[in-house]
Design a protein around this ligand. Structure first.
Ligand code: DGL
Length: 264
């Protein structure tokens, strides 16, 4: 019976859908509840106090929905609130930074990793600290990219000006790095624009590793959903429903029947 409850997934906006997509692939029978805090995005330029307050509210909202596990599909919220949410909630809580770090460590041959993230994630040294916990010899270069989340939330366009913004951040990375982490769940949405500038580098999208971590934990806790038909996915946003629908359908590549508004 316990396994039938949904998994809660949240982000500041549509970025966490890149994680939801992997969770749907790896755990197709699970019911999922996605919450995008589009009204308050971007988190990356807010204070840690504000981010903590938003995430605690979302945690409470998803607990009311009776979720059996919480996936923080946002690096910034993971950096700020993972430990607090783990302490506060009575269910397993996972973030994206530890899974992303492990993938990057496994991939690097030169022990030099670059991470693109929001300014908050970079300033908190979230990836550097996580990677150094496992291997102190690895150098981590963290680049905070202030405008990107907002631009992706309002539909990225393939223009020269936008490509120049990517170039500007790419130039900040030393070229000796061999692995690049998308340390913001919004960035895989525009991955090809990073690929253009960083040919020959290996990329990490922490989403897949996070979904595998969720699977491992649910198995261990005997909380997997035993059903054998596709699980329901419910969507909530604190922002504009039509705007969310348009961009979310593009990211997921399929129509979404219903999106509800909450916490607005
Ligand atoms: N998608 C988020 C992350 O992974 C947050 C982006 C933002 O709201 O600034 O960090």
């Amino acid at each position: 019976m316990k396994g039938r409850r949904a998994i809660g997934i949240f982000d500041s906006g549509v970025g966490g859908l890149t994680v939801l997509k992997e969770v749907e692939k790896i755990l197709p029978y699970e019911e999922l509840i996605y919450f995008g805090d589009n009204l308050r995005a971007p988190y990356g330029s807010k204070t840690t106090e504000e981010i903590l307050e938003f995430t605690l509210n979302i945690g409470d909202f998803l607990i009311e929905k009776n979720v059996k596990m919480l996936i923080i599909a946002c690096n910034t919220a993971t950096a700020v609130a993972l430990e607090v949410l783990k302490d506060r909630l009575n269910i397993p809580v996972i973030g994206v930074i530890a899974p992303g770090s492990i993938s990057a460590i496994n991939l690097t041959k030169k022990n030099k990793i670059g991470v693109f993230s929001t300014p908050v994630t970079a300033k908190m040294n979230a990836y550097k600290n996580e990677i150094e916990k496992i291997n102190k010899d690895i150098e981590v270069y963290q680049i905070g990219c202030k405008p990107l989340c907002k631009m992706i939330e309002s539909e990225w366009e393939d223009t020269k000006e936008n490509q120049d913004i990517i170039k500007y951040y790419v130039k900040k990375l030393p070229m000796e790095i061999d692995v690049v982490v998308f340390g913001c769940t919004h960035y895989p949405i525009i991955k090809e624009y990073f690929y253009r500038e960083l040919k020959g580098k290996k990329f990490v999208n922490p989403a897949k590793e996070t979904a595998l971590e969720a699977e491992k934990l649910l198995k261990k806790l005997k909380l997997l959903n035993k059903r054998e038909s596709k699980g329901l996915v419910s969507f909530y946003t604190s922002g504009n429903v039509n705007k969310f629908k348009k961009i979310a359908e593009k990211i997921l590549g399929k129509p979404i029947k219903e999106i509800k508004q909450a916490l607005n």
